[in-house]
Design a protein around this ligand. Structure first.
Ligand code: URA
Length: 436
């Protein structure tokens, strides 16, 4: 077999065999096939696409390229949840304890933030002492005892995807549905989930800006999961404005705690209930979504979801008193109100701009080496559909040590992110579709 023949076949619209895909990925992982040939192949895939079988084969090859976590020592159906990423998305903080309280084990490996704001692991680290590193035995034992553990991705998971993703990033081949779908799903398969709930974001702050593209990506991922024997469903949720009010690590933990108490923002609560319901159904703890929703709501109402979060924090060496009194979480020194120039109704909040503004304040990483400030971020006081008077506060910047020029830039980004209309606005739906 020769890489050049496989590239040519895909360039001309042919279907690659399982052996050809294995040859490319294994050869690339070993370093036998150079970057320039894989770049050419990725570009051929970008233009010609891949069918469900090819995409499934590519996923499996990447999943097999490194460690594959065997979660079978943990009893029950292990359901993973994955979000394609959005601003203010703290659903994992809510769902890990909530779903565990309902009896579905959550053994979650999460990432740090790559984009503008911190990832789940960064958010959890705003709880003093919270440890995201533990060996497999302790990880399994914690899930067995408490029902939930959220740790950083350790070991050598999907090295082929890591190498290919870095190459795609610099060869303009990221935006290919089969390549994105196989990249995401290879990590889920390697992490050992029995079933997967995907939260595919759509809108200005999402990877996929249009509903059609989001549905196509969701369908490709669901098809891969099904092809590889993992029950998979995808929810298409809105990212035309940030989720909840808080953007920034400790601010998001505070909002997660409020949601676990039933006092959080309605959009965050609703998206968490929808995703959590699917997790319960796939985990065999409810017959349908309606039953699952009632179970989840009862765990919020009777305090068992919050109690589960405290148990998880305690088991991971975090300071439980900060969960009991969220005012003890890191807080910024300075609050700066961003005011509306004119009266009207909030018509849109460019989530990506808000994410960048939060990063400028130090909530996210500008480079891989940046150290994030867990206390800073942005708190939105107006969301889409809200009426606003001239001079009224749209959002509050939580600022510590960012340079004044960065603070000024963050402030203008927030102002630019808000679109104000003179006529009343109906907020967008939170969820657009379910893909199964
Ligand atoms: N996220 C991933 O993990 N992979 C992609 O290709 C795109 C987004």
């Amino acid at each position: 077999m020769r890489a050049v023949d496989i590239i040519q076949k895909k360039r001309d619209g042919g279907e690659l065999s399982s052996e050809e895909i294995a040859y490319l990925i294994q050869g690339y992982s070993r370093g036998d096939i150079p970057d320039y040939q894989i770049s050419a192949w990725a570009m051929a895939v970008y233009f010609q696409g891949m069918n469900a079988r090819e995409t499934g084969d590519l996923t499996l090859e990447m999943a097999k390229s490194g460690d594959q976590v065997d979660l079978s020592p943990i009893a029950g159906i292990k359901v993973d949840k994955h979000s394609t990423g959005g601003v203010g998305d703290k659903t994992t903080v809510v769902l890990a304890p909530l779903v565990a309280a309902a009896g579905v084990p959550v053994a979650k490996m999460s990432g740090r933030g790559l984009g503008h704001t911190g990832g789940t692991i960064d958010k959890l680290e705003s709880i003093s002492g919270f440890s995201v590193e533990m060996d497999r035995e302790r990880f399994f034992a914690q899930v067995g005892e408490i029902g939930a553990a959220v740790i950083g991705q350790s070991g050598n998971i999907t090295p082929a995807d890591k190498k290919l993703y870095a190459l795609r990033d610099v060869t303009a081949t990221v935006e290919s549905i089969p390549l994105i779908a196989s990249s995401v799903m290879s990590k889920k398969i390697a992490a050992g989930a029995d079933a997967i709930v995907l939260d595919v974001k759509t809108g200005s702050g999402a990877f996929m800006k249009t509903l059609d593209d989001s549905i196509a990506l969701a369908q490709a991922m669901v098809d891969i999961g099904t092809h590889l024997g993992r029950n998979t469903v995808a929810v298409i949720s809105d990212m035309d404005q940030p989720l909840g009010f808080g953007i920034g690590n400790a601010l998001e933990i505070k909002e997660g705690i409020e949601t676990l108490k039933g006092q959080g923002p309605k959009d965050l609560e609703e998206v968490s209930l929808i995703l959590g319901s699917h997790m319960l159904v796939l985990g065999g703890k409810a017959r349908d979504e309606a039953e699952a929703r009632a179970i989840l709501k009862s765990h919020i109402a009777d305090g068992t979801a919050l109690e589960k979060f405290k148990q998880m924090v305690d088991a991971q060496s975090g300071d439980v008193t900060q969960i009991e009194s969220p005012d003890k979480l890191p807080a910024a020194k300075r609050l700066i109100e961003v005011k509306a120039a004119a009266a009207g109704y909030v018509d849109g909040i460019q989530a990506e701009e808000i994410g960048i503004a939060a990063m400028l304040l130090g909530a996210g990483r500008e480079t891989k080496e940046s150290v994030i400030d867990l206390a800073v971020g942005i708190y939105l006081t107006k969301k889409v559909g809200d009426a606003v008077a001239a001079g009224e506060t749209l959002a509050v910047l939580h600022v510590n040590d960012a340079a004044e020029d960065k603070v000024a830039e963050a402030e203008s980004k927030v102002i630019e992110a808000y679109r104000i209309s003179s006529s009343p606005v109906v907020p967008p739906p939170l969820v657009y579709a379910l893909v199964t």
